[in-house]
Design a protein around this ligand. Sequence first.
Ligand SMILES: *Cc1c(COP(=O)(O)O)cnc(C)c1O
Length: 278
Amino acid sequence: MVALEQKLQLAAQQKKLPKALIVVHFAGLSCDMQSIHKLTSTYNIVLIEDAAHALGGDYVGRKIGCCEYSDLTVLSFHPVKSITTAEGGAVLTNNSAYFTKLQLFAKHGVTRDPALMQGESDGPWYYQQVELGYNYRLSDLHAALGITQLQKLDQFVAKRRMLAARYKQQLADLPLTLPCEESYQDSAWHLYMVELNQHDRLAVYKHLHELGIGVNVHYIPIHLQPYYQALGFKAGDFPVAEHFYHHALTLPLFPSMTEEQQAQVISSLRQVLLERRA
Ligand SMILES: *Cc1c(COP(=O)(O)O)cnc(C)c1O
């Protein structure tokens, strides 16, 4: 938060303020939107929430995506996310100007609304292209899947929260940093990530896979990718993200996970960490 404030202060001095700021609700846990919104309104920057991990999560008692402290929220319905439409996503906003713009943008910039047209209509068949738009429509088939998925969202999130609570309770005595949750946050638990403090992550990862536990690593910091390296970013630019990447391990967590499966993950992790105690 302090780092962001300093970055924006400097950018303002150099007259290089960004037009928009996109914040990611990492692993399903909301960012501190009230503080971030204060900053972006001071500098007149559009604030966008990337809630691809966070659909179903809460922030200060309201659902993530209500845009109380942002201009727009984007969601992904890729199969690994809270709910799926096979592919696709959605943009949420309370701002009618953005809403109109998004509708045009998703439909080739074409409108049948006389209020958005220039000049006179030729007749009942008339439409105008008023912007350069694309085809970002979700098909009816994908939408139908999304509607049935949406009905299951609360149940999926409740199960994820129950599994996360059990991890928190049963991993508390292990040499791990567990995910934190402030009182104003209620995560959707897209991912449950722990940090290893005293163990070699690669060795633990391999050992757990040998025991049949599908742990994973999220994410390779984007500035370490060749595309961004070519733009001038380098290792060391974002030390917090890099430290997290080098120590993080994602434990299995999915709504259909059984109590037995989770117990197996917990006992295997316990066994590996104890056997490999440095
Ligand atoms: C999945 C994901 C995206 C991309 O979603 P698409 O549906 O593939 O466009 C963006 N941001 C985050 C945080 C994600 O998890």
